[in-house]
Design a binder for this molecule. Structure first.
Ligand code: ATR
Length: 273
């Protein structure tokens, strides 16, 4: 039987077993997917098990996504650019590391806001932490004209822009109104929105009427940012879809079937939020 896993520390909160378990049943692939708690010091030993053929691959979550980059035998170029790996696949040549977060981000928008990237000229990205990197790489892959990267700590945004290159202009969150007037996509990659936090003074009235607003935060599913955007009649896409879509390439690589993100799967995961 083909076995796959998600490793993290802690791991109990992970929804990946639910997602992959649903697809294992749906597509009758005769595999398994298990959550394994691996402490950082135990990561090299776990890699030996993986290389020994016990598993076909798996997912990597907090706090291992960066550390794993140095442990894989082959690194997908986009994972290298992002600097983080969330998916491992065992191949003849060894373990290959991918980052499917950027695919999840794009897949979510493609499914839930079709046409979002047609002639997309300007985008505002809020937040310049770890999650922001995959989003910037994803946006660059769709040839966006200009990305306004706004962060509480402007210096962190500037460092990221220099590292990644491309059409990224940096600023503070207080520059939102000055920057967002031509943006047809607004993305929150920061942790603002979790645990009753919200952006203070973010003026969505300047955003074009046909803009899409999306949030990586999915607990709560409707963040204050998304609620505000909806109230203004803007199209919104919540972050749960990204979680579901980032799982697709891994499942396909391990089990040989490209799974679908269906309303049924979404409801299953939503019930656990
Ligand atoms: P992640 O890996 O989830 O992106 P992170 O690397 O800690 O986590 O980044 C968190 C992001 O949320 C950062 O952009 C952070 O801004 P700073 O770089 O200024 O720290 C942002 N963030 C967290 N709390 C915030 C708050 N209360 N207001 C504004 N931005 C906040």
């Amino acid at each position: 039987m083909k076995r796959a896993f998600v490793i993290g520390h802690p791991i109990a909160h992970s929804r990946s077993p639910l997602i992959h378990g649903h697809w294992i049943d749906t597509y009758r692939v005769g595999g398994s997917y298990e959550a394994i708690d691996v402490a950082p010091a135990a990561l090299p030993d776990f890699f030996e098990r993986l290389k020994g053929g016990e598993f076909v691959g798996g997912n990597v979550t907090i706090p291992h996504k960066e550390q794993v980059v140095a442990l894989v035998d082959e690194l997908d170029p986009l994972a290298e650019e992002i600097g983080a790996v969330n998916t491992l696949v065992l191949r003849d040549a060894g373990v290959r590391g991918f980052n499917t977060d950027y695919m999840g981000f794009l897949g979510n928008l493609d499914q839930n806001a079709p046409g979002w990237d047609l002639g997309l000229d300007e985008v505002v990205v809020l937040g310049a932490g770890g999650a922001s990197r995959a989003i910037l790489v994803a946006l660059k892959s769709r040839a966006v004209g200009k990305i306004h990267l706004l962060n509480r700590t402007v210096g962190k945004a500037e460092d990221l822009a220099i590292e990644l290159g491309g059409p990224i202009a940096c600023g503070g969150l207080d520059e939102f109104a000055a920057r967002a007037g031509g943006a047809r996509l607004i993305v929150n990659t920061s942790s603002v929105g979790m645990k009753d936090t919200r952006f203070e003074g973010l003026d969505l009235s300047v955003v074009p009427a046909d803009a899409v607003v999306t949030d990586l935060v999915y607990v709560p599913l409707v963040t204050p940012l998304l609620a505000d955007a909806r109230q203004r009649g803007l199209r919104t896409v919540d972050g749960l879809g990204m979680l579901l879509h980032q799982a697709v390439p891994g499942f396909e690589a391990w089990f040989g079937v490209r799974p679908e993100v269906t309303p049924e799967l979404r409801a299953l995961v939503e019930a656990t939020l």
